[in-house]
Design a protein around this ligand. Structure first.
Ligand SMILES: *[C@@H]1O[C@H](CO)[C@@H](O)[C@H](O)[C@H]1NC(C)=O
Ligand SMILES: *[C@@H]1O[C@H](CO)[C@@H](O)[C@H](O)[C@H]1NC(C)=O
Ligand SMILES: *[C@@H]1O[C@H](CO)[C@@H](O)[C@H](O)[C@H]1NC(C)=O
Ligand SMILES: *[C@@H]1O[C@H](CO)[C@@H](O)[C@H](O)[C@H]1NC(C)=O
Ligand SMILES: *[C@@H]1O[C@H](CO)[C@@H](O)[C@H](O)[C@H]1NC(C)=O
Ligand SMILES: *[C@@H]1O[C@H](CO)[C@@H](O)[C@H](O)[C@H]1NC(C)=O
Ligand SMILES: *[C@@H]1O[C@H](CO)[C@@H](O)[C@H](O)[C@H]1NC(C)=O
Ligand SMILES: *[C@@H]1O[C@H](CO)[C@@H](O)[C@H](O)[C@H]1NC(C)=O
Ligand SMILES: *[C@@H]1O[C@H](CO)[C@@H](O)[C@H](O)[C@H]1NC(C)=O
Ligand SMILES: *[C@@H]1O[C@H](CO)[C@@H](O)[C@H](O)[C@H]1NC(C)=O
Ligand SMILES: *[C@@H]1O[C@H](CO)[C@@H](O)[C@H](O)[C@H]1NC(C)=O
Ligand SMILES: *[C@@H]1O[C@H](CO)[C@@H](O)[C@H](O)[C@H]1NC(C)=O
Length: 840
């Protein structure tokens, strides 16, 4: 019996590392093995259960129990000598009578003082006290047990996350399962995960959340859903997270009014009533987020009213309740004409908003995406940040990796965000860092801050990829203090999430810091944008999808030249939207940073870069280098085997192997595309040559397999693959055979196949009738990336069997069995010689 119980306990321990606790694991730390330096009790200066100070007391007890293995009593009594006291400055002053330390505290700020036997965690408000408690726990969880005393204040008051959850439970651009908030049109009954999410958010000092998609539905405002909103607010309130909602501008019409004109009195009183209803249930609601007149959404322009008229209508009804209105600047015409050389989506935000500066009410905040277009792998900072000195602004970032690998690729984003936040716009030739504009400091604005689209889902680990949580963590840290270092933030996160083992920290640091440059290398460099299916799911490569449509994410690539001419002298004039010093830098090709060359200039493929390479050769080289870097993440991660828990080790390994294979798909698709378009040879003779591949269509086909042309052609090797089309007939299986033409030796054998969202086809590969491996097309169960149901760059997948002994002349056979729409598609088999750095 005893043994059985012990077994159960160890099982519980082993399954505990599923990522659900993120960076709040409170694992035992070696340095905390002696509890002598720990105070004897926790005193939380409040007892109301819904108060963040109460939460702080509970969290401190829980954390210390984990880290020191000791349960401390919590009370609200008077100070004992040896205690951790947490509370607001006002409560502390009432209890102990002196407050000299607290005069420098700003809203949400805290004072943390750690002494041998006494810890003081004092917030400017209740939320600040909770933040201080999490800060203290983060210190001790990393084994930092020495004394310290400091004040921490936020850079800006608005530190929000946005969730793009739909009422039906789906999430737009969400890659980690369905919504934790909604299902079947209403708020879910069980809000346990919502409370856990609020806890994560509080621990990184996030104070607001918009719970529904910016493409909003009017039904959110009916009585059922207002009641649901109130329940969500109730579970998030103890963590100091205020909830807000996205609105559909045309809601009054959906509820029966004849109009949604923002100046119409019936419309105003309709919104006034709804707002009052919501605030009567959620008195501390954060406010509204509005996407208007964008991508088909209704808005004030329908009635010839200005965007400011629209924003101010909401601002006026929310103001009496202390609510604010985040108004998105993502307004543009998606029917641009590429034959007009001067049409430019990047100009839209400034064109729409510049003249409205000063016309927004003081509780309106203009929420501006970091770049001028749309969450690309690299963009210049949105010029709009320089044009609103008399308006409140916030920056919009994305933790959800919409154009950045959808959490199937590792991409640590803090370095990219840092470049944006620290970019100096030089407004009026004065220092004007973006982080000082959004904080309100540069233009002396009362409000401002940041919002990040996060899109957590029901996946146990929140974002699908365990390593993607570094982005959520870093977002919170940078929203609070944008001056922090991206690498230091990362290392705190690794230490809290995985281990304090130096090798673990060094390895994950190395992978993470290489990940954005690598992704940029293999998806779209020199400022050409993420070359994906921009009108589709934004995941895999599809360079031709950028042009010849109205969406304006153009490359203007032809057989001779590439890039958007955004100069004032001969192009769209976008460079001229920046303040003088920046405009001059971008106008001139010599002073434009090379990583934005093709964003601002249209050049021949043979244009020389500073390295002496041509643009096209740089493309080729970067795509090869990026894919090689992605492949190197696999052995790096494998070097941590035994130093991490099995579950997370295996989960991450699976994704890194996937990424390595998909980086090759990206590399080949883009290189093939520009190789064909430009007819310029790769100096290193790699592009278009695949010495170690055997094309499936070149083998002997039998059973149901037939050749299939791949669209876009560059997404398939030799533009052709094979598949079983009649998967519901008797011919639902097929096989291909050939003899191995390579010298005898040990190879890693890769098979490039197509795993579409429908069906679960199966494959097996054998040499001389000896099975090498078999697998199932079930990525849709394992990766949360956007669904795709065709054989193309989104679905092309590589599986690799390592260290296979091969004799020249062996009979190679791949057998496939289709399932529904999934026809066991097969592109090629590649033999990678062991020990050579070759990724064919
Ligand atoms: C406690 O931890 C320290 C530092 O890791 C170590 O030197 C010491 O041996 C440990 N003591 C016990 C009793 O585990
Ligand atoms: C302390 O907690 C007790 C119940 O545990 C409660 O009755 C009392 O009002 C609290 N005191 C203060 C100062 O909050
Ligand atoms: C205790 O919590 C309540 C409710 O959140 C709040 O109104 C009150 O100010 C808090 N008291 C102290 C001493 O912080
Ligand atoms: C309270 O005031 C005394 C005397 O000024 C000072 O020594 C002490 O540090 C103060 N304590 C706190 C927590 O502010
Ligand atoms: C509110 O809308 C949801 C659909 O989003 C629906 O299921 C629910 O019944 C509606 N409630 C009322 C009172 O109309
Ligand atoms: C006010 O809003 C509530 C909730 O949406 C709704 O039930 C009620 O009919 C509205 N009243 C008016 C006068 O529009
Ligand atoms: C908006 O203005 C244009 C021209 O100024 C006019 O043709 C149009 O009818 C107006 N639309 C509305 C809805 O008032
Ligand atoms: C100037 O713009 C025209 C289109 O109006 C374009 O064809 C030409 O290539 C551009 N010249 C340069 C030097 O970029
Ligand atoms: C990106 O590509 C360049 C070559 O263009 C290479 O020098 C660099 O090392 C690559 N970086 C990564 C992280 O792959
Ligand atoms: C490439 O595909 C074509 C058909 O599209 C086919 O005829 C040719 O044999 C293929 N090449 C190889 C090497 O399999
Ligand atoms: C297979 O399914 C397709 C589409 O559902 C249908 O048109 C076709 O008749 C089916 N074929 C057989 C042999 O059942
Ligand atoms: C593989 O098995 C088939 C029969 O299933 C047989 O005809 C063939 O000779 C075998 N090939 C080898 C290389 O053993």
């Amino acid at each position: 019996m005893m043994r059985f119980l012990l077994f159960l306990a160890s099982l519980a321990l082993a399954t505990a590392e599923d990522g659900s606790k993120a960076w709040l694991r409170y694992a035992r730390v070696a340095q905390a093995n002696s509890t002598s330096s720990l105070p004897a009790s926790i005193i939380a200066l409040n007892t109301t259960k819904s108060s963040p100070v109460y939460t702080a007391g509970q969290e401190l007890a829980k954390g210390i129990q984990g880290i020191f293995g000791k349960r401390l009593p919590i009370s609200n009594g008077t100070a004992k000598t040896s205690s951790i006291i947490v509370g607001t400055a006002a409560a502390y002053e009432r209890e102990f009578g002196n407050s000299s330390h607290f005069s420098d505290l700003k809203e949400d700020g805290f004072w943390l003082s750690i002494d041998v036997e006494s810890v003081r965690i004092i917030g400017q408000n209740e939320r600040g006290a909770l933040y201080g408690a999490f800060e203290y726990l983060s210190h001790i969880a990393q084994g930092r047990l020495g004394g310290t005393s400091f004040i921490s204040n936020p850079n800006s008051p608005i530190r929000w996350v946005n969730e793009w959850d739909n009422l039906d439970g789906t999430i737009e651009r969400g890659y980690a399962g369905p919504s934790i908030f909604f299902k079947n049109g209403v708020v879910v009954d069980d809000l346990t995960r919502v409370a856990e999410y609020a806890r994560l958010l509080a621990s990184i000092k996030i104070n607001g959340i918009i719970i529904n998609n910016v493409n909003a539905k009017a039904e959110l405002l009916n009585s059922t859903n207002i009641e649901g909103l109130a329940r969500i607010a109730d579970v998030m309130r103890p963590f100091g997270v205020q909830v807000g909602i996205s609105l559909n501008f045309a809601s009054p019409q959906s509820f029966g009014l004849k109009t949604f004109d923002p100046l119409d009195t019936s419309v105003i009183s309709w919104w006034n009533n709804v707002t009052n209803q919501i605030y009567s249930r959620v008195p501390d609601m954060a406010g509204y987020l509005v996407k208007a007149n964008s991508e088909g959404q209704p808005g004030p322009l329908t009635y010839n009213r200005t965007l400011a008229d629209g924003a101010n209508m909401f601002a006026k009804v929310a103001k009496p309740h202390g609510g604010i209105v985040m108004f998105r600047a993502f307004v543009y015409d998606n029917h641009l004409n590429e034959s007009h050389w001067k049409d430019d989506r990047a100009n839209a935000a400034v064109e729409f908003f510049k003249d409205l500066d000063g016309k927004f009410d003081d509780n309106v905040v203009v929420q501006i995406k970091y770049g001028a277009i749309d969450f690309q792998v690299r963009e210049p900072v949105s010029p709009l940040f320089a044009h609103l000195p008399n308006s409140n602004t916030a920056i919009e970032l994305q933790v959800t990796q919409e154009y950045l690998g959808q959490q199937a690729h590792l991409v640590y984003l803090a370095p990219m965000w840092k470049e944006t936040l620290e970019f100096d716009m030089r407004v009026d030739s004065k220092p004007s860092k973006v982080q000082d504009i959004i904080s309100g400091q540069r233009f002396k604005r009362p409000l401002g801050g940041s919002a990040a689209v996060v899109n957590v889902g029901t996946d146990t680990n929140w974002l699908g990829h365990h390593l993607a949580l570094s982005n959520l963590y870093a977002y919170g840290r940078l929203a609070w203090n944008p001056s922090e270092d991206a690498k230091e933030i990362l290392q705190d996160w690794i230490s809290l999430t995985f281990s304090q083992d130096q090798k673990v920290i060094d390895t994950i640091t190395k992978m993470s810091l290489l990940s954005w440059p690598a992704y940029e290398n293999y998806t779209g460099n020199l400022g050409i944008q993420t070359l994906t299916d921009i009108t589709g799911n934004h995941f895999g490569p599809n360079p031709r999808a950028m042009d010849n449509n109205g969406w304006g994410q153009w490359t203007r690539a032809d057989s001779l030249s590439i890039g958007m001419d955004r100069t004032v002298s001969n192009g769209t004039g976008n460079a001229g939207q920046y303040p003088k010093e920046i405009a001059e830098m971008y106008e001139n090709i010599e002073t434009t940073p090379e990583d934005l060359l093709l964003w601002f200039h249209h050049v021949p493929y043979t244009q020389k870069l500073k390295s002496g390479k041509t643009v096209i050769q740089h493309f080729y080289d970067s795509h090869y280098a990026g894919a090689e870097t992605a492949a190197s993440f696999v052995p790096m991660w494998e070097s941590l085997k035994g130093k991490l828990d099995e579950q997370r080790y295996n989960d991450v390994l699976f994704r890194q192997i996937y990424q390595a294979g998909h980086a090759v798909v990206w590399r080949d698709a883009i290189n093939n595309f520009y190789h064909n378009l430009s007819s310029i040879e790769d100096e290193q003779k790699r592009v278009g040559r695949h010495p170690w591949r055997i094309e499936a269509e070149g083998m002997q086909l039998s059973g149901g397999y037939v050749p299939v042309h791949i669209e876009p052609p560059e997404a398939g090797s030799n533009s052709t693959a094979i598949a079983i089309l009649a998967t519901n007939s008797t011919a639902s299986t097929g096989s291909v055979t050939t003899t191995v033409p390579f010298e005898s030796g040990t190879y890693d054998i890769g098979i490039q196949y197509f795993d579409i969202s429908s069906g679960r086809a199966s494959w097996s590969i054998s040499l001389n009738n000896q099975t090498v491996g078999q697998w199932i097309g079930n990525l849709e169960d394992k990766l949360g990336k956007a669904a795709a149901d065709s054989m193309n760059g989104h679905t092309s997948t590589r599986i690799t069997f390592l260290g296979v002994k091969v004799q020249k002349g062996d009979m190679l056979r791949v057998t496939g069995k289709g399932d529904g729409k999934e026809g066991a598609g097969l592109d090629y088999v590649v033999f990678l010689p062991k020990g050579k750095m070759v990724i064919d």
